[in-house]
Design a protein. Sequence first.
Lengths: 102, 173, 478
Amino acid sequence: MTSVPMDHGLLLAGLLFAVGLAGVLVRRNILYVLMSLEIMMNSAALAFVVAGARWSQPDGQIVFIFIVTVAAAEVAVGLALVYQMFKRMKTLDADAASLMRG
Amino acid sequence: MTIAFYVASAVALFATLMVVTRRNPVHAVLYLMVSLLAVAVVFFTLGAHFAAALEVIIYAGAIIVLFVFMIMLLNIGPPPSTRQESLLLTPGIWVGPSALSVLLAGLFLYVILAGGRSVQAGSYVDAKTVGISMFEIYFLGVELASMILLAGLVGAYHLGKRDLPDEAEGGNG
Amino acid sequence: MTEAQFVALSPLILVGLAALVVMLAASFKRSNGLALGLTLAGFAASLVSLAWAAKVAPVQVTPLILIDRLALFYLGLVFLTGAAVALLGHGYFEKRAGYRDEFYMLLLMATLGAGVLVATTHFAALFIGLELLTISLYALVGYTRTEPRSLEAGLKYLVLATVSTSFLLFGVALLYAELGTMEFGKMVDLIRQGGHRETLVNGAIALVGIGIGFKLALVPLHMWTPDVYEGAPAPVTAFVATVSKGAMTAVLLRLYLLVGGAIPDSVMTLLSVIAILSMFVGNLLALLQDNVKRILAYSSIAHLGYLLVAFIAGGNFAPEAVTYYLIAYMATSLGTFGMVSVISGREREAEELRDYAGLFWRRPFEAGVFAAMLMSLAGIPLTAGFIGKFYLLAAGVDMGAWVLLGSVVINSALGLFYYLRIVASMYAAETSAKPGAAAREVALLGSATLAALALCLIWLGVFPAGLITLIRSAVLGV
């Protein structure tokens, strides 16, 4: 197909992963945190597809499909939690919603 | 195709950076969409056409819509909460975590490029091969993935459901 | 699928089936008792089918799952614990408002995920089992929707667990990119042969380690534990502390047996540092808490540190020592968190230390059982916890790992202090306990479960030989 070095694909995945992690750590709004989590999962999925392409095996794409499935289920539960949280506490700020310390 | 890979990579990286720095959640979601579409193009250039299609249909199509729906439901407009946005502007909040992430990116750079022997990626694996392998070798994974979706469904249903009459008065912290 | 494979998988299939049956039944009639009965029937059927599966074991079902004696043993452990959590949950949720059937469905699905984990020989299956376990747990941790702390704990767990899973996935992806396979056995062989990029493989293994370390709540990755343990409903906390950690330990054990104990010294040193830190951080922070659930959370961090010592210092004994220690830890954690759920009242949980003041005079039976559990956690003789610690120390002396042994001894003393603090407060005179924490009615099923557990602990502490023989045949026969 193409002559893209595998390492460049992995590198793209690594950089996306780092940006996603930064998002999780920096943002206080829980919606952004969930989006950043999606970025991290997606970058790991990208790494699998790159690896699968290197070996010309379907396994990379299959794990990608599993990751997409998991991400969908996770977002559903996550947003339901956010919805309840917002209903009860009227905030999306992760710091303001923090009741437990110690 | 090689050029397409690098262009799409640049777009994906830029859009992802925009996602984590936007103030308006709707803008962030739109950038996330762009980022996912760019990653789909990357998949295509690597010969993973089936994965590219799924990326568009499920990630960009379904998961992003969930986010948009939630923003609409919670009705958060442009200034979501002024406190956290002004906090975001003070360097004390974001410098530490960002430095950590840059460090991680540097580590990835080192780990992936160390050793130098680069292999070409990008051989075409078609949907048929993926499908056969999926239902011959990974069929248990498929069954379990269905249980994961079921768990997500039950969990989201339980959490999102309306309160029972005797539930509403209890525990309002 | 051949018949032997089907038979081997039947314990997992039955648990999955039970989740569906509970769901179907709930659509006709919502009833706490019915759901509990079906759940227990499901667990009982799977436990019986273990004997059936043992006749054909070991069976490799696709590259993903291997049902061998190790897997069967841990499956039994996981299912028994799941059934105990269901029994505890029945009484706990009976007292509370809201829907109850979903608890059993999610519990069964989480147990299925844990069951997949203990039998997996492939990273794809590891990922799926792990996610089935954690996604059910997000909802279980946030189960009490009216309690903001529960929701907060659910969200925290979701965010942190997803980050750690992403690390794990990325590590696996890098390994796959370099080695071209995701099967445990083949990967170990390829790494042994060499000829790949060392830095990449080592970095990838570190990433996988982060993912596993998070699940076990070892020290740099332990931050989520106290908040999640405090916020989650008490039966769910019992589940998080036992099943999810036990399943991950089984994965580690399988990898350890595959590697054959040939772990480089640098890794051993790193693991020793993590173990020592886990013990000290867990025990020292537990001293500062007034909330019983948080005390137990920090104590569980310390116990996983001890468990890691068994891995490091165990040598040939490691699989045995780890398994015995894990069983003692699981039974006691189940007992202690179970006790919190049994004596919790309608309005809130009995989680403050002062809620326990005078418990011995009000509820002598429960207080006695609780004291026995705490003594086992502290490792007092005649309890299972003592035999677990003894195993650890004996193995450590054998290997001459004196620094680790010293830390274990110091930490056992530290631990004794705060366990006795809880016991002492139970015997103290009743002070001004916050209202609403004491249960007015006794959850009969829950109390019976706890009594059985306490008997088990003392039985295992006095006559450990039977279990040890069983463990030997399970972990050494693989």
